[in-house]
Write a protein that binds this ligand. Structure first.
Ligand SMILES: [Zn+2]
Ligand SMILES: [Zn+2]
Length: 378
């Protein structure tokens, strides 16, 4: 795979778009066929079968359109042929006629619906942004490790239910015995904007300390450094997070959400905001957001957190509010300047999702390269 940025008019971008849409449609059909096993009960409440049927119709038609465009523009007919085969398979399986049906409850399911819809939405928002306003102009969407990041994205979405059950445990074990009705009734009586701000602020303080502990504790840093190992920051890069990191950080942030019992509207908007914002701050975009960058974290802010130069290690732990870093003395945002490079120096991380998931349990990726004092300063 080439590491060059793609140019418009060569038929390759349209080829990829058509394959992408055709693949999502085909997976969508599987969700309609086996909703008990492949869709998420909580997420099913957010969309209707009719919405998804229409979306799939549009995706199949667009996939055909882009395949045709690619066929005429590109010398390489491979992309359009692959997309056409996938679309034909989707239609053969009932892509135009499929109907949603009521779903029986089963104990465990895989979040394929969540994967398809979130991947579609994030690609729709961030690929055009990264094409129009790139930070690193020579960085290709198809850099050497994009597949690894896509696998991280896929696994964390498919296992959403399992991750949810585990990350809720500490909150219920430690606080489940308390009578929280009074507190929760008070929180839910607050104006919506106040409630949302409170949810974002308190979880961000919890997340700040979880994040900082991962940086300062040598053993935990092994796991969190996986997230820092990417050199190519883009909208998928933030997904590269070790499952130990996900469990610990999400469990910590779930504690205030559980104890304070925010209303379901606040909770849902919080989730949507965090999902989009977490992707944004990793994106390869130079959008600066003016004075807003001092109020809410931006790509420039979080790219500094990922800076490869050890001089800037230990800055910008906040996920949402820069002023938390200001209070705890870890804020760093120099005007319009960006870090020269992102990633980690001299680690022994293996490539690929499975190896990276196992490696931190077995060895310290920094052991042979950094002196003891320097490691503990992260
Ligand atoms: Zn970090
Ligand atoms: Zn990050």
């Amino acid at each position: 795979m080439t590491n060059k940025r793609l140019k418009i008019g060569e038929g390759i971008i349209s080829g990829y778009v058509s394959i992408f849409l055709a693949t999502l449609s085909l997976l969508g059909i599987l969700c309609f066929k086996f909703p008990e096993w492949l869709t998420t009960p909580e997420f099913r409440e957010v969309y209707t079968a009719e919405m998804v049927e229409n979306l799939m119709l549009v995706a199949i038609i667009l996939s055909f359109g882009f395949a045709l465009l690619s066929f005429f523009l590109s010398k390489n007919k491979r992309y359009s042929v692959i997309a056409l085969v996938l679309s034909a398979a989707t239609i053969a399986l009932g892509g135009f006629t499929v109907d949603g049906r009521s779903v029986e409850k089963v104990n465990w399911s895989i979040g394929l619906d969540w994967l398809i819809l979130d991947l579609f939405l994030m690609a729709l928002i961030f690929i055009p942004i990264e094409l129009a306003f790139p930070k690193r102009k020579n960085q290709s969407r198809f850099h050497p490790e994009w597949r690894t990041d896509l696998i991280y994205f896929t696994v964390s979405h498919l296992l959403i239910q399992l991750f949810g059950v585990i990350t809720r445990q500490p909150a219920t074990v430690f606080f489940g015995w308390m009578n929280l009705d009074g507190v929760q009734a008070w929180v839910q009586s607050l104006p919506f904007v106040v409630e949302l701000f409170m949810a974002l602020l308190i979880t961000d303080i919890f997340q700040y300390w979880a994040h900082r502990i991962f940086h300062s504790h040598n053993y935990l840093w092994r796991f969190h450094s996986v997230h820092h190992s990417t050199q190519n920051m883009d909208w998928l890069a933030g997904s590269r997070t070790h499952f130990v990191d996900i469990f610990f950080t999400r469990s910590m942030t779930f504690i205030p959400l559980y104890v304070l019992g925010f209303s379901s509207l606040t909770f849902n908007i919080y989730i949507v905001f965090i999902a989009i914002h977490a992707v944004l701050i990793h994106a390869n975009t130079n959008i600066n957001f003016g004075f807003l960058k001092y109020i809410i974290t931006t790509p420039q802010y979080h790219h500094w957190h990922h800076c490869e130069d050890p001089k800037y290690y230990g800055k910008n732990f906040s996920v949402v509010f820069p002023f938390i870093d200001m209070i705890f003395g870890t804020f760093y945002l120099p005007g319009k300047e960006w870090p020269k490079g992102t990633g980690l120096h001299e680690t022994s991380f293996p490539k690929g999702f499975v190896k990276q998931s196992i490696y931190p349990f077995k060895a310290n990726p920094f052991k042979s390269t950094l002196p003891e004092e320097e490691k503990s300063e992260r």
